[in-house]
Design a protein around this ligand. Structure first.
Ligand code: GAL
Length: 326
């Protein structure tokens, strides 16, 4: 009996530690399952960190359909709990967010003045392909939603497709978006409640770029973008500026390693800073699978700085501990 108990205890210990070892590593491009063993369905997404919890918002995809916005939560960036649908499609066929339209690249930020979580996303109207090119806005009292859809518009009259949100150190928020059929990348400062754009809206550059992702280090802003080839991967580029409104200087391709010229078959979507660690950022990209969008993979890779400049180098597996030493 005693022997059996010792055996059982060691099996538990052994399997426990091997699980911990394997799941504390990121394996870019591999299938990623939530706590219930379901594939994580949160594409073109972004993260929000608040009070010790990370929330991951992304596109819920069927084989091709856009099925709303999901939200997952995690304490450690590895184990994700599905918190359900953050923003659902409307059952009303006349709604702007009815089934048949697209909700892409959702990003959520928190407004401490209004105490609301605010979601922005790229909205396409049902049956209109990618012609509407609008920014959609939704709001919630809780990070996990459900979010209430408020409105959509073209910021200051400009088309708005791929986008991200960015909150600066002073609490001001910005919408960075592809405009003029994706030839222009623009930035607009948001209103104090984060629900609209102000007229402080300007062109960053006209290089035909999309999929913007931003980070700030030592007072400089770094912006990673992709080219515009739909679901097909292309070469990333990195720009730097001392002000969000520019001038932005092209630094080149920040990717390194096999297949770097095609962003490792991925496309940028977000950069997450790790709280409590200096200059620790994760580059987040989607490896789209247009034949089965829900099985598109996630590429999470550490950003390191060479001569002060961000570099994203491919690694098959990595951990926060090994990538960031401070
Ligand atoms: C990409 C864009 C994706 C999606 C896709 C559709 O250029 O970054 O978010 O819109 O096109 O083809």
């Amino acid at each position: 009996m005693k022997k059996l108990l010792i055996l059982l205890a060691s099996i538990t210990l052994f399997s426990g530690s091997s699980v911990a070892q394997t799941t504390r590593e990121f394996t870019p491009g591999e299938r990623w399952y939530d706590e219930k063993g379901e594939l994580i369905n949160a594409h073109g997404g972004g993260l929000l960190y608040t009070k010790g919890t990370y929330y991951w918002y992304g596109e819920i995809r069927g084989t091709s359909a856009s099925e709303g916005v999901s939200v997952y939560s995690s304490k450690d960036l590895h184990h994700w709990k599905n918190q359900g649908v953050a923003l659902a499609k409307s059952k009303d066929p006349s709604s702007e967010i009815a089934v048949g339209g697209l909700m892409e690249r959702p990003k959520v930020i928190y407004n401490p003045k209004t105490k609301k979580y605010v979601m922005w996303f790229h909205l396409e109207l049902p049956g209109k392909g990618y012609d509407a090119a609008r920014a959609g806005v939704a709001i919630s009292d809780k990070a996990t939603g459900p979010f209430t859809y408020l409105k959509s518009f073209r910021p200051n009259g400009h088309m708005s497709r791929d986008m991200t949100l960015y909150v600066d150190d002073d609490g001001s928020a910005y919408h960075v978006y592809s405009a003029r059929d994706n030839y222009d990348l623009r930035i607009a400062k948001l209103s104090d409640d984060f629900l609209s754009v102000t007229t402080q809206d300007s062109l960053l550059f006209s290089n035909h770029r999309e999929a913007p992702a931003l980070l700030k280090k030592d007072g400089k802003y770094y912006l990673i973008t992709s080219g515009c080839t739909g679901w097909k991967p292309n070469q990333a580029s990195l720009h730097v500026s001392e002000s969000l409104f520019g001038p932005w200087k092209l630094l080149g391709d920040p990717m390194k390693g096999p297949n770097a010229k095609l962003t490792f078959d991925g496309q940028s979507t977000y950069i997450q800073a790790i709280p409590g660690k200096k200059d620790a950022f994760i580059f987040i990209a989607d490896r789209w699978n247009p034949k089965d969008l829900k099985d598109s993979r996630y590429l999470w890779l550490p950003i390191r700085f060479e001569g002060g400049q961000p570099v994203v180098e491919w690694v098959d597996r990595w951990s926060i501990k090994s990538a960031f030493h401070n």
